[in-house]
Design a protein around this ligand. Sequence first.
Ligand code: ADP
Ligand code: MG
Length: 151
Amino acid sequence: MKTSPENIIISKSEKETIAAGKEYAESIKPGEVIGLKGNLGSGKTQFVKGISSYYNVKDIVNSPTFLIVNQYEGADPATGKKITVNHFDLYRLKFKEELETIGFEDYINEKSICLIEWSRLAEEFLGMEFREVNFDFGEKETERIIKFTKK
Ligand SMILES: Nc1ncnc2c1ncn2[C@@H]1O[C@H](COP(=O)(O)OP(=O)(O)O)[C@@H](O)[C@H]1O
Ligand SMILES: [Mg+2]
């Protein structure tokens, strides 16, 4: 894994993307919302697996494609406190108003972190921009370019 000053990682394998997620998790604070953007298959869910492993989540992390959100129980290694990892995939969402129906805002609280794949409608719903991780395909089949917004 290579980290450059522009906050870009070139991941060479699924494993490296998971490792990048695990490392990134150290910077997440309880209550935070992170947007994950990039095309299908670009590695967003693998990255979430890494974040979840940081929080000692024992469940299997899969893309919540049919539900909108998966919830995993874990613990914050920094404090030992319980934490819920809310993993959203808003790919199928058409209108931001649908977030109202699921009580989206209640998922954001000091006992949780929210990781949102396809986060654009959630940003529109809340009228704010989240800290973001962007995923792109690299030149090789197993290469992914992961960019982090600063904060
Ligand atoms: N460097 C890499 N990082 C992440 N996934 C990779 C990489 N190389 C190949 N893959 C494959 O690409 C797919 C990524 O899937 P996934 O994380 O579910 O994407 P998304 O959630 O963005 O749709 C997986 O099948 C994974 O094995
Ligand atoms: Mg996914």
